[in-house]
Design a binder for this molecule. Structure first.
Ligand SMILES: *Cc1c(COP(=O)(O)O)cnc(C)c1O
Length: 372
């Protein structure tokens, strides 16, 4: 790489802050001026705004996407002996949250086109202990919720969206967060809506669940020093909520920018022997990640690295092959689509307002690998 070219980062959180520096600084100063650090005004404001944005009635701010998932499971009363189905290729937090609530994760393979839970494999995973299914809107593209909801309704299961990568994405005219019984969002800094630290939110139109989660995140308390149930300390920080409130007003614009970059990358790479992300008719991806597939993944990644283009793999090891999940008793071959993907997927840099010259360099980097 010529010395004068900067490394293209995988995400650029500092640039995102610079774009909104004045209103973000003012929002943080507002919290400091008021001193309402714990469950302050900005938390309630964000809960109303984000639930409304997602098309749900209730929002409950929590300290991470992991907690959002766990508290939904606990809020529905799942525990030991209960099974919760999710997909084999996801971030580990999905499975970890199921276990943290005391329930047992059960995996199904993914659809090779959408990279999301394959609805045609769902029935076979249901037992008389199954309580819920957790489709993950991986990479920002909503799972195929129509058939999943239909099967769940017939079998009396809850549907809980892991929407941690899909803030603002649409499926058949509704946003992620309004596509099941409840949804978990993460505000981890690099997510489409990211805090200056950890954060998350539960959204739901189920008033009873919302009430339970609200108690669970705050040590079971609705009135100070009265504890109706046993709970946890899983509150969203007020400073984080204040920053998120500013960024929520720019989320659609940021997502549109990601989508335009994805569109341009896909067009300019379309003639190469790689698979670019598919976008469906009724589904919009908000491109949390831009993931291509190639048989020569490791060599391409090294080639891009030499040219100053950062890449990632999401995720290199499916849940059932993670050392931590050996106890599930799975082996290689149990989820062949997820396993094959793990060898082939490569995430290119993706973030809002990526400079045009970076897009050019990414395209040239990928093209030169296949044209050499
Ligand atoms: C980020 C993420 C989570 C967990 O979010 P945290 O806020 O990091 O706890 C869960 N599921 C998926 C698919 C994620 O991408």
């Amino acid at each position: 790489m010529p010395d004068d070219l900067p490394v293209i980062p995988f995400v650029d959180l500092a640039a995102e802050y610079q774009r909104l520096k004045a209103p973000i600084d003012a929002a943080i100063a507002g919290v400091l001026d008021r001193g309402d650090y714990v469950l302050g005004r900005a938390v309630g404001d964000l809960e109303v705004a984000f639930a409304g944005y997602s098309g749900s009635s209730h929002g409950i701010g929590v300290d991470s996407g992991f907690s959002a998932l766990e508290l939904i499971f606990r809020g529905f009363g799942f525990g030991p002996g209960d099974e919760v189905i999710t997909q084999a290729n996801t971030f580990v937090a999905t499975a970890a949250a199921i276990e943290s609530a005391g329930a047992t994760p059960v995996l199904v393979d993914i659809d090779p086109i959408t990279n999301n839970l394959d609805p045609s494999r769902l029935e076979a995973a249901i037992t008389n202990r199954t309580k819920a299914v957790v489709p993950v809107h991986l990479y920002g593209r909503p799972a195929d919720m129509g058939p999943i909801n239909e099967i769940a309704r017939e079998r009396g299961l809850k549907v809980i969206e892991d929407a941690c990568q899909a803030h603002g994405a649409f499926y058949r005219g509704k946003r992620a967060g309004a596509l099941g019984d409840a949804a978990a969002f993460s505000f981890y800094p690099s997510k489409n809506l990211g805090a200056p630290g950890d954060g998350g939110m539960v959204v739901t139109s189920d008033a009873e669940l919302a009430g339970n989660v609200r108690l669970l995140r705050n040590l079971g308390s609705s009135v100070k020093y009265r504890h109706d149930i046993k709970g946890f300390n899983r509150r969203l920080d007020t400073v984080h909520a204040a920053v998120l409130g500013v960024k929520l007003g720019h989320l659609d614009e940021a997502n549109a920018s990601r989508m335009a970059t994805a569109d341009e990358l896909s067009k300019r790479l379309s003639d190469l022997p790689i698979v670019t992300p598919s976008v469906g008719d009724e589904v919009s991806s908000v491109f949390h990640l831009y993931v291509i597939e190639t048989d020569r993944r490791d060599a391409l990644s090294a080639h891009l690295g030499e040219r100053g283009v950062s890449t990632g793999i999401h995720y290199p090891v499916p849940i059932h092959l993670q050392p931590a999940y050996r106890s599930m008793g799975h082996s290689i071959g149990d989820f062949p689509v997820s396993e094959a993907k793990a060898e082939r997927i490569l995430s290119l840099p993706m973030y809002p307002h990526m400079p045009a010259e970076y897009i050019d360099r990414i395209v040239e980097g990928v093209r030169s690998f296949f044209e050499e």
